[in-house]
Design a protein around this ligand. Structure first.
Ligand code: KG4
Ligand code: ZN
Length: 371
């Protein structure tokens, strides 16, 4: 029984719950003096449910979360061979995300906390992604993070579980969203990222000249919405010229698009690294997280850039790049250790910027943004 566990306990075992977009997830993470360990991690994706709708349908997602979240928690506890009486606190994504899903997770966590008397910790989903390098590799603060997912794209200097400085980010679409739209334009499956990446493998990335907006600006802001319009034009031009879109055209369009996204991310990462290095960190580290960090070309190019700047590069394993509850449990551990706890007034927040000192990014996450 760990009911006496305090933020200063040497070993903490935390249950995490995640339901902010289209993955229902629960996990148990333990932290002891040797570091954190993922004891169990369950992710129930909803891709099948949203197939054919061209994106995540909030109402369908909310219903599925409500139906599945209890089951995920049970499975995570079973997988860890632990009862709730062996858990020290419950961490839950309280935003940002699709409100119906976030509410499911928050209500479940509150119910469990009320029934057991365990501490409740509301976690920002983005903090979960941003702290993943500490869960996987115990990277020391401060490190530079590129969070690049279906709903967000931002550079952060991470100095603590609540200490985030945003250097810049997308002013319109997130790259994952752009990958998903591109897949739709090319008739590929959803989620678009893996489908576009697979198609791009046999494509020529230089065949179509797509725009790289904002590169001339000396900041870390990015724009991806013009890319899909340019891609649409390139596709229609090809269609007009040849009467159809052959598999090779599709591959070349996918490869040209992927190359443009990677180029933008790499060029802006170079600026972000320069700003970060001004802080003279002892072990400079550049980490990526979020679903788009699963992309091999993007990972490889960001790694090469880091190496050329004398900065260690870190990309978490793919299962920890996309949404999961282990990252939420881990962020909960750091928050709990820092003395943070929520009470029954914890509410679901569809919007929740990590760096409240930076001005909001125009349009970022506008269309049902998730992480
Ligand atoms: O982090 P994530 O699982 O969910 C949130 O947005 O929070 O990211 C999902 C996004 C989707 O837009 C998906 O198309 C993209 O990540 N993605 C990829 C790849 N795998 C997933 N984008 C590019 N290349 C990939 N291999
Ligand atoms: Zn996410």
């Amino acid at each position: 029984m760990t009911a006496s566990a305090s933020p200063h306990s040497k070993t903490l075992t935390i249950l995490g719950i995640e339901s902010s977009c289209d993955d229902t997830a629960a996990a148990v993470v333990r932290h002891d003096p040797s570091g954190p360990t993922i004891v169990s991690s369950i992710v129930q994706g909803q891709a099948q449910l949203h197939l054919g709708f061209g994106g995540v349908v909030p109402e369908i997602a909310a219903r599925a979360h409500a139906e599945r979240v209890d089951h995920c928690v049970e499975e995570a506890l079973e997988g860890a061979a632990l009862g709730l009486d062996q858990i020290d606190a419950i961490a839950v994504t309280a935003g940002p995300g699709l409100i119906g899903g976030v509410v499911s997770g928050v209500m479940t966590a509150k119910g469990l906390a009320a029934a057991t008397g365990l501490p409740l910790i509301g976690v920002n989903h983005l903090a979960g992604h941003a702290l993943t390098p500490r869960l996987t590799d115990m990277v020391p603060y401060p490190y530079l993070m590129l969070l690049v997912s279906g709903g967000h794209c931002q550079f952060l200097i991470v100095s603590g579980p609540k200490d985030f400085r945003r250097l810049g980010g997308t002013i319109d679409d997130a790259p994952g969203e752009a990958f998903d739209k591109t897949a739709r334009l090319l008739g590929l499956s959803q989620p678009g990222g893996p489908a576009v990446e697979a198609a791009a493998r046999s494509g020529n990335p230089r065949r179509f000249d797509l725009p790289r907006p904002l590169l001339s600006r000396a900041d870390c802001d990015m724009s991806f919405s013009g890319l899909k319009t340019a891609l649409l034009r390139a596709r229609d031009r090809t269609l007009d010229e040849h009467g159809n879109i052959k598999q090779q055209d599709q591959a070349d369009l996918a490869a040209s698009f992927q190359n443009a996204v990677s180029d933008i991310l790499v060029r802006k990462s170079a600026r972000a690294i320069a700003t970060y290095l001004d802080l003279a960190p002892i072990n400079p580290t550049f980490a990526v997280a979020g679903g788009v960090a699963a992309n091999t070309l993007i990972r490889t190019q960001l790694k090469e850039l880091s190496q050329s700047q004398g900065v260690s590069f870190l990309a978490p394993p793919l299962a920890l790049c996309t949404d999961n509850a282990a990252m939420i449990a881990y962020a909960g551990i750091e928050l709990f250790q820092s003395g943070h706890q929520d009470d029954m007034t914890l509410s679901a927040r569809p919007r929740w910027p990590l760096d409240t000192h930076s001005p909001p990014m125009i349009g970022s996450g506008k269309k049902g943004a998730k992480a």
